[in-house]
Design a protein. Structure first.
Length: 230
C-alpha cells in the first residue's frame, strides 16, 4: 500500500515542478527535453561573476598592449584645466563633429510658451555668461597690471637696498677715517705736551747754568738772551 502511494505522489510532484518552471520561464513549447527534477531547480555551483581584466581589443594579433586593468586610476592632470561652460562644451562639439548647432538664445521668438520661456532663460544665461567673462577678463587684466607693478616695485626696492648698502659702506668708511684722525690728533697732542715738558726742563737747566755764571760772562749773556726769546 505504501509503494502504491509513492507511485501516486511522485508524478504529481513532477507535474507541479513542471508547472512552476513553465510559469517562471514563460515556456509554452515542447517540454520533453526539459529537466524537471530537483537538480534542475538548484542554482549553479559558481555564482560569482568573473572580473573583466582588460578592455576589449580591436586587433586580435596585438594583445600585449591591451593588458589594462579597469580598476586602475586615471593619471593626474598636468596643470589647471579651464572651466568648462556651456559655450566651451559646444565649441568642443563643433570642433569634433564639424557642424554648428543653432543655440537656444539665437532662435527666433516662438509662439510656444514653453519654448519661448526656454529661449528667454537661455538669453538671460547668455547675458550672465558674457558679463562674467567680461568681469573675469577685467580682473585678469587688473591682476596682470598689479603683478607688473609689483615686479617694478620689487626692482625699485632692490635698487634702493643696494643704494642704502652703498651709502652705509661709505658712512662706515667715513666713521673709520674720523676715528683714525682723532687718534692722530690725540697722538700729536701728547707729543706736543711731551715737547713742552722737555722744553720747560731744558729752560730750567739753562737758568740754573746762567745763575751759576758771573754777570760779566759772555755765556751768561747768551743764555739769558736765549731764554728771553723763548
Amino acid at each position: 500500500m505504501r509503494q502504491s502511494w509513492k507511485c501516486f505522489t511522485m508524478p504529481t510532484r513532477i507535474k507541479t515542478q513542471k508547472a512552476k518552471v513553465q510559469s517562471i520561464a514563460g515556456y509554452t513549447g515542447d517540454t520533453q527535453d526539459m529537466d524537471f527534477s530537483n537538480r534542475a531547480l538548484e542554482p549553479p555551483a559558481t555564482t560569482t561573476p568573473s572580473l573583466i581584466r582588460r578592455l576589449p581589443t580591436y586587433d586580435p594579433r596585438n594583445t600585449a598592449s591591451d593588458q589594462i586593468l579597469l580598476h586602475q586610476l586615471s593619471p593626474p592632470l598636468v596643470g589647471p584645466q579651464p572651466l568648462l561652460t556651456n559655450d566651451t562644451m559646444e565649441d568642443e562639439e563643433e570642433a569634433i563633429y564639424g557642424f554648428r548647432r543653432v543655440k537656444m538664445f539665437e532662435m527666433a521668438p516662438s509662439d510656444d510658451p514653453k519654448l519661448e520661456e526656454r529661449r528667454q532663460r537661455a538669453i538671460y544665461a547668455k547675458k550672465n555668461r558674457d558679463m562674467k567673462k567680461r568681469e573675469v577678463g577685467k580682473l585678469q587684466h587688473e591682476a596682470s597690471a598689479l603683478r607688473a607693478a609689483n615686479e617694478q616695485c620689487q626692482a625699485n626696492l632692490t635698487h634702493m637696498y643696494e643704494v642704502v648698502e652703498d651709502q652705509q659702506r661709505k658712512i662706515e668708511q667715513l666713521e673709520q677715517y674720523l676715528s683714525d684722525t682723532r687718534q692722530q690728533l690725540r697722538d700729536r697732542d701728547e707729543q706736543i705736551l711731551n715737547s713742552q715738558k722737555k722744553m720747560s726742563h731744558l729752560k730750567a737747566h739753562l737758568e740754573l747754568i746762567a745763575d751759576g755764571l758771573d754777570e760779566n760772562n759772555m755765556s751768561r749773556r747768551l743764555l739769558l738772551s736765549l731764554l728771553a726769546q723763548n
